[in-house]
Every structure is written in structure tokens, then in C-alpha cells.
Ligand binder design. Structure first.
Ligand code: AMP
Length: 284
């Protein structure tokens, strides 16, 4: 596996393969990799001839300095995992490489509802930072496929809108299902910060999503959301939001008839750790 720290290196690597007629898939990450990330690498292997991952902890995406500091960094361990999954190259730029003068500027786009609800409401600036870095990484790597996780449902919806806005529909956005721990908790780098009891107890998040999924189609969503908020509200857990939204627009819905694509999304404090999860309730 190759490791590149500079734009030129990764760009040449990808261009060479594309000139040979090969397809290149790209998996951007913030490191501290786990099997959720690896499922994206495996999907990339399936759909492309060469797989590139990146590890970059984007400072502009964190609204909370402490959260950024707590983000575990372990590039050597991450590289071992990537190599074991036959990833072909990993791109590990530093902050200056990404935010060079005149490059990596913010994306000038009004996201409307997509950026205002759920994570957008509670983490100001988060999606602006995310779009800025995903765009820059995509422009440095120039892949055929951009492979991301449904775990960050709102992120994927925003990246789709952004690619459209910057005229990059040539990049194929591939969304992979959420990988979960055995008891249902969505895999996340943040799970490492939960003590064993909290980690076990956090299965309540998945169970609550399943509860929403199991409700009869005639149950109104306000009732489900209320019930979910109350189930999740038990020490040491504290729900931040539980919303049932249109999977395309992220507008809040009232009932099953309101849309062809319906998703339940939630964010919950587990002690000091902020966790997010979601479940598709109705597929388009
Ligand atoms: P992150 O390093 O947290 O920015 O995540 C990098 C990519 O991995 C994003 O596209 C995430 O949605 C995806 N990802 C994170 N956790 C999971 C998971 N449990 N299952 C599937 N994909 C995931």
C-alpha cells in the first residue's frame, strides 16, 4: 500500500490508474478506523479496480475544540487495517496541504433545510467545514467513486447536493449500510470513549430506532418521536433529537403517506459522548 502526504503524489497515483482504464474508488475518513470504515473499503474493492482512503481530521468541521482534541489519532494502526483490506493507497495530508492559499475555499451554497435541521441545528458550522474538506479532497484525488456511510445520513444528503452544485455529477456517490456492534450499537470511533456498561447500554439507541420501524403504517410520527424521546431519556442517556424525515429533503414528516423515502435520525448523549444513528423506515 502506498502512503501519500502531498496532493501531487495522490493525484498522480490516481491519474495513472485512470489512464490505464482502471476505476478508482475513494473513502474519506477521519482515522481511528473500525470495521464500519472497513466495510466501505470492501465495497470499494467490489466496485472499483483501485481503492484510495484518506485520513484527515478536519479542524473546520469541529464546533467544539475539546471534541477535536479527543478525536483519537493513530495513523500507524489505521494503515495496518487498510493494508489488511488490500487498500491500494492512503492519503494523509496535513492541514496546510488541504488549506493552501486559494485552494480548499468554502463551498458557496445555501443548503436550506438540509443544513438547518438535526446535526445542522446543533452543530453550527459543521457541515460547511465538512463540505469544504470533502470537495477539496475529491478535487485532489479525482476518483470515479466516492464511497461514504449511511451512518452519517445528513452528511451524505449534503455531499450529494454539493456535488450537484459544483457540477461534479461525474463522481458516483456510493452509500454503504451502517455496520453495527453485535448488540446493535452503530460502530463509531467515539464508542471507544464509552465505558463497558455505557457501551452495552447504548444499544437502547438502535432498539428505539427499531421500535419506530416496527410501528404500524397508520401510527402518526409525532407520537413515535415523542415516545422515542422519552425512551431515550434515561440516565446516563439524554436524547438531543429523534426525527422522522424525508430521506431526500430531510423535512420533518407527519405520517407514512407524506413521502416515498422515510428515515428516522437521532442524536443522543451517552454520558459525555455524543452518538448519532439512523434507520431507513421506507425505501424509495
Ligand atoms: P469518519 O471517519 O467518522 O468521518 O467516517 C468516515 C466514513 O465512514 C463516513 O462516510 C462514515 O459515514 C463512515 N462510517 C462511519 N461509521 C460507520 C459505520 N458504523 N458503518 C458504515 N459506515 C460508517
Amino acid at each position: 500500500m502506498f502512503l501519500f502526504r502531498k496532493e501531487e503524489g495522490i493525484h498522480d497515483f490516481v491519474q495513472k490508474r485512470k489512464e490505464e482504464g482502471l476505476r478508482v474508488a475513494f473513502v474519506p475518513t477521519m482515522g481511528a478506523l473500525h470495521d464500519g470504515h472497513m466495510s466501505l473499503i470492501r465495497k470499494s474493492r467490489e466496485i472499483a479496480d483501485a481503492v484510495v482512503a484518506s485520513i484527515f481530521v478536519n479542524p473546520t468541521q469541529f464546533d467544539n475544540a475539546e471534541d477535536l482534541l479527543k478525536y483519537t489519532r493513530s495513523v500507524a494502526a489505521d494503515c495496518r487495517l487498510l493494508k489488511a483490506e488490500s487498500c491500494d493507497a492512503v492519503f494523509v495530508p496535513d492541514v496546510d496541504e488541504v488549506y493552501q492559499e486559494g485552494k480548499g475555499l468554502p463551498v458557496d451554497i445555501d443548503l436550506g433545510t438540509l443544513g438547518k435541521v438535526m446535526e445542522g441545528k446543533f452543530r453550527p458550522g459543521h457541515f460547511e467545514g465538512m463540505m469544504q474538506v470533502v470537495r477539496r479532497l475529491v478535487e485532489m484525488v479525482e476518483p470515479n467513486d466516492l464511497v461514504m456511510g449511511q451512518k452519517d445520513f445528513q452528511q451524505v444528503a449534503i455531499v450529494r447536493r454539493m456535488l450537484h452544485h459544483i457540477g461534479r455529477q461525474d463522481i458516483n456517490l456510493v452509500v454503504c449500510p451502517i455496520r453495527r456492534e453485535a448488540h446493535g450499537l452503530a460502530m463509531s470511533s467515539r464508542n471507544e470513549r464509552l465505558d463497558p456498561a455505557l457501551r452495552q447500554g447504548a444499544k437502547i439507541i438502535h432498539e428505539t430506532l427499531q421500535m419506530a420501524h416496527s410501528k404500524a403504517p397508520d401510527t402518526d410520527f409525532d407520537g413515535i418521536m415523542e415516545e422515542a424521546m422519552s425512551v431515550l431519556n434515561q440516565e446516563p442517556f439524554k436524547p438531543i433529537y429523534f426525527e422522522i424525515v424525508d430521506g431526500h429533503t430531510l423535512e420533518r414528516l407527519k405520517n407514512w403517506e407524506d413521502a416515498d423515502y422515510i428515515v428516522a435520525c437521532t442524536a443522543v448523549w451517552a454520558g459525555e459522548v455524543r452518538l448519532i444513528d439512523n434507520m431507513i423506515l421506507k425505501k424509495p
